[in-house]
Design a protein around this ligand. Structure first.
Ligand SMILES: [Mg+2]
Length: 397
């Protein structure tokens, strides 16, 4: 079994409001909102906890906010200042670990598995540092993965009864992820938007635990090919790494969580073939080829294996990717053939296809070539082209 990771989710509390209070301490404790003009269809981007108690929330039209909270003070806000403060916070986080992934201006994930201290203690120390050096309140979720850390943080903040900034630290211990999620409302789960929530509630699924134990056949009817990954989420399973450079396409991969565990070898091999085809297509589309083929498997007892082979040439052809992935599968299957819940193929060690290299000066090292590949993608497909690869990789989460 893989060692349990220690993942922190950090979120600055009512970030824009907290910065505005630093600038104008007379705002402290008052109901106020940062955002646009109520007469010009402005919306609330952030609101103080005093305003929240009176029914204001972010993303609400400012005109409505003023109606529910007549004395509401409106601050227009200075976005360059928020950016500056955010960068100061991110610098502190990066000092704790290079495995820091910013998610938005006021949110980040940290992988602190290598720090030999309890996750909660680490969170408290980082919180103290941000509270004292940047003078900003912040909350933490601590868990063995990103999904549970993020939900823990949301729930911990909601539970805070301080009436002011929560400055909460909420930990979910390894092994208790599913039990933590089970009683929570279904809408707290990632991937369950308003429409899905309504659909699930109509089926009597109101709590995350009910989704986790729903018969998989029925689940497939609701979520189609996402059924397996939705159930994994409901169980609190998520093995996406904290990625410090989400902008860079470092690997192309495809994985599939079966709605029901599979031990049919031909179906497993067909799945690998299909995934190899999709990866080959995407590599060629982005003008990339890679020198490492990886196969990932998860048994029905959630133990996860990953095997890879490094080749002495770079490839992007479906057949070659499939051949190596099938060989990796054979190695594992000959030793142990039992039901599998997840299977995935990936290609890494990416660089541009040789034919494109000739268009440019021969780059000196691997990193140059990777950057060149990323640039080429941007040139040829725009930001969207690059994002698509990353999104596809995340799709299986
Ligand atoms: Mg926030």
């Amino acid at each position: 079994m893989e060692r349990a990771r220690k993942i922190l989710h950090v979120d600055l509390d009512a970030f824009f409001c907290a910065v505005e209070e630093q600038l104008d301490p007379s705002l402290k404790g008052k109901p106020f909102a940062v955002g646009g003009d109520p007469n010009q269809r402005g919306v609330v981007s952030s609101c103080s906890y005093a305003a929240r108690r009176l029914g204001v929330h972010s993303a609400m039209p400012m005109s409505q906010a003023v109606r529910v909270c007549p004395g509401l003070l409106i601050v227009h806000g200075g976005h360059h200042l928020y950016r500056e403060k955010s960068e100061e916070v991110m610098a502190i986080l990066r000092n704790w670990t290079p495995l820091m992934e910013p998610v938005s201006i006021d949110e980040a994930f940290l992988d602190v598995s290598d720090i030999p201290k309890d996750g909660r203690m680490i969170a408290l120390e980082i919180q103290k540092e941000i509270n004292s050096r940047i003078v900003l309140p912040c909350s933490f979720g601590v868990a063995s993965n990103k999904l549970v850390a993020k939900i823990a943080n949301t729930i911990g903040k909601k539970k805070s009864k301080s009436g002011s900034y929560p400055n909460a630290v909420t930990q979910v211990l390894p092994g208790s992820e599913a039990a933590f999620l089970a009683p929570l409302p279904i809408g707290e789960l990632w991937g369950v938007g308003d429409r899905t929530e309504k659909l699930l509630r109509d089926l009597g699924i109101c709590r995350i635990g009910q989704l986790a134990s729903y018969p998989s056949g029925h689940l497939s009817k609701i979520f189609g090919r996402h059924a397996g990954s939705m159930r994994d989420r409901a169980l609190g399973l998520d093995d996406r790494p904290v990625d410090p450079d989400p902008q860079e396409a470092k690997s192309v991969s495809q994985e599939c969580t079966f709605a029901q565990d599979v031990d049919d070898e031909s179906l497993l091999r067909k799945t690998i073939l299909h995934q190899s085809d999709q990866i080959g297509f995407r590599l060629r589309k982005y003008g990339l080829c890679g020198n490492t083929v990886r196969l990932k498997l998860r048994w029905s007892n959630f133990v996860t294996l990953s095997r890879q082979i490094k080749l002495d040439q770079r490839i992007c052809q479906n057949d070659w990717i499939n051949l190596h992935a099938q060989n990796l599968f054979t190695d594992i299957w000959q030793k142990e053939s039992r039901p599998i819940r997840l299977i995935g193929v990936g290609v890494s060690g990416l660089s541009p296809e040789p034919v494109q290299l000739s268009l440019f000066q021969q780059p000196s090292d691997k990193i140059d070539r990777l950057l060149q590949a990323v640039d080429e993608i941007r040139i040829r497909y725009g930001e969207k082209g690059l994002k698509r690869g990353i999104e596809l990789e995340e799709e299986s989460f």
